[in-house]
Design a binder for this molecule. Structure first.
Ligand SMILES: Cc1ncc(C[n+]2csc(CCOP(=O)(O)OP(=O)(O)O)c2C)c(N)n1
Ligand SMILES: [Mg+2]
Length: 563
């Protein structure tokens, strides 16, 4: 007679789940045993929960499916929290199952039990602990449906051991499919179309939600009919609209004061599929000038920051809403065509200037710009790029030029250690494509365990590590905060001893090289890319030179060190 663990795996298979990413403990042994009894759902082991969560995140983001994770009791969920933060921020549907002690023992504070839900509560859309086997079917159905209802996000289900080893529920799981946001109201669409038509200088703000909903074409059509520039949200992690679109004008900045300035000439901004606005920190004054009206369109309640007050908010399905808006707007009028020509001309010139502004390296060392230039020379349009390279890769996006949706992913959450595991998850999902992961040395260490899974599965993955000996972004932030370019601070450098990342990678079973001479960079990059055609490979690039000072999350005039 199959037990509940078999039932659970069959239920996941019925939902189209092909892989469970996990790290087991004794509470998970019945499940691990059940995995061995079937071949519909694969168990992929990660050696730390940061890797498990990151792999699931990358897998889900790049396939547009829900990922499933299994971790071990309180320590497992505790180690998963950084991944939950990242998944929640990036609106990734992930079902996290977590082992639990026998329910009857929970009040005794036993070794393997405790509250596994509360730690995840700030990040999960919903959390459940079925205490009777009869509760598992409806809990699972509700959890999966909620994760897959926009805005997507992680959900958590605790799996007590006594439930897991019970006889299976006598109902088979019926797939719950995907939820959709409601259709927009026709009068709302008409009112918005009228507003957009009346605007003198409209601008379209494009969030990651556009990529999630697959409405790049409609959003570009909207911008074309308005003759309006398209700007990406701050901290975008996806290519929402193909960046070679002539109206694409790059991302918004990350401070409110900068956004106000950037949108200062626009009397109407329409923000689609994004928070308005997720800021890096505080800056003086409001985020939008009174002359810039805002309209928000998203699949859930608008995520507004302080003082941002939209004149209209539509909470509805993005496909239906953008289709309806394009239809309601009709073809571009003369004013829109004139605006379009002006935007196209300034954008083309700005793009050329941006590329020219990336410094050309001189001397034997590899500078951040040299690193980015080298990479841009070897990354192809079909490669999937996963970027957590922070300062060293800053120019990469500009130099790479336009990327198609699904070929560039960046870190959206704030918890380091997403990039490498996410890249491994994407490489598992897309064996037909090469994945290129660009990473900082400091951030790499947070998710380093994923290298083992990459080696174990032999995925086609090139990991290029910018080794600048520490946390350069924090040093640049310290320079911005204190005005001192070369002070000595504790906690910002990884030196004495430095890391031998190539050696660490080899320890995980991944071939690795290091390069420090600019004249050897192109050759070394060529070799790691060639190696990645058949399995994972690492190249450590030693970086010289610093990056310019960056803004501190509290504007300098509020900080005593600069006052
Ligand atoms: C889990 C977690 N811990 C700490 C931080 C703070 N933090 C942000 S950036 C950073 C350093 C990143 O260093 P590296 O990846 O080497 O990039 P670099 O700044 O050198 O370009 C740190 C420690 C964080 N964001 N997440
Ligand atoms: Mg670094």
């Amino acid at each position: 007679m199959p037990d509940t663990a078999d039932w659970l795996i069959a239920a996941l298979a019925a939902e189209g789940v092909a892989i469970v990413f996990g790290n087991p403990g004794s509470t998970e042994l019945p499940l691990v045993d059940a995995f061995a009894r079937q071949n519909r759902v694969r168990y992929v082991l990660g050696l730390h929960e940061t890797s498990v969560m990151g792999m699931a995140d990358g897998y889900a983001q790049s396939t547009g499916t829900m990922a499933v994770v299994n971790v071990h009791v309180q320590p497992g969920i505790a180690n998963s929290l950084s991944g939950l933060i990242n998944a929640a921020r990036a609106r990734v549907p992930v079902l996290v199952t977590v082992g639990q002690q026998v329910t009857g023992m929970l009040n005794e504070q036993p070794f393997l039990g405790g509250d596994v839900l509360s730690p995840a509560a700030p990040f999960a859309k919903g959390l459940w602990e079925p205490r009777r086997v009869d509760d598992l079917p409806w809990v699972l159905a509700r959890a999966i449906r909620l994760a897959r209802t926009p805005p997507y996000g992680p959900v958590v289900v605790s799996l007590p051991m006594d439930v897991l080893v019970s006889d299976a529920p006598d109902v088979a799981h019926t797939p719950v499919g995907w939820g959709r946001a409601p259709a927009p109201d026709a009068p709302e669409i008409a009112a918005l179309a009228a507003r957009l038509r009346a605007a003198e200088h409209p601008v379209v703000l494009v969030g990651d939600g556009v990529a999630h909903a697959g409405v790049a074409r409609q959003v570009a059509a909207l911008a074309e009919r308005l003759g309006a520039p398209m700007l990406g949200e701050p901290w975008a992690s996806r290519v929402s609209v193909h960046a070679n679109h002539p109206l694409w004008s790059g991302p918004l900045p990350i401070f409110g004061a900068e956004i106000r300035e950037r949108l200062g000439a626009n009397d109407l901004a329409i923000a689609i599929g994004m928070p308005t606005f997720r800021l890096f920190g505080s800056s003086p004054g409001p985020t939008l000038d009174v002359a810039t009206a805002l309209v928000v369109v998203d699949e859930g309640p608008p995520e507004l920051s302080a003082g941002v007050d939209p004149i209209q908010a539509i909470e509805a399905d993005l496909v239906l809403t953008s289709d309806a808006l394009v239809a309601a707007l009709g073809p571009a009028d003369r004013r829109a065509l004139a605006r379009r020509d002006a935007v196209v001309a300034t954008r083309a010139a700005a793009r050329r200037a941006q590329r020219r502004a990336v410094p050309v390296a001189h001397g034997p060392g590899i500078t951040p710009a040299g690193f980015a230039r080298g990479l841009a020379g070897v990354i192809g349009p079909r490669d999937i790029v996963v970027d957590e390279s922070l300062t060293a890769g800053r120019a990469l996006r500009t130099l790479l030029g336009p990327r198609a949706p699904g070929s560039w992913y960046a870190h959206r959450g704030s918890a380091l250690g997403w990039g490498l595991p996410a890249a491994v998850g994407m490489a598992i999902a897309h064996p037909e494509r090469r994945v290129v992961c660009t990473h900082g040395d400091g951030s790499l260490l947070f998710g380093i365990h994923a290298l083992w899974t990459a080696a174990r599965l032999g995925v086609r993955l090139a990991v290029i590590v910018a080794d600048n000996g520490g946390y350069e972004i924090l040093r640049a932030g310290m320079e911005g905060m204190t005005g001192h370019p070369d002070g000595e601070w504790p906690g910002l450098a990884i030196r004495d001893p430095g890391l031998d990342i190539a050696q660490i990678a080899r320890g995980f079973g991944v071939p690795a090289d290091a390069v420090s001479d600019a004249s050897e960079l192109a050759g070394a990059l060529g070799r790691v890319m060639a190696r990645a055609a058949t399995g994972p490979a690492v190249l450590v690039v030693r970086i010289v030179g610093t990056t310019p000072a960056i803004g501190y999350p509290i504007a300098p005039q509020h900080h005593p060190a600069r006052a």
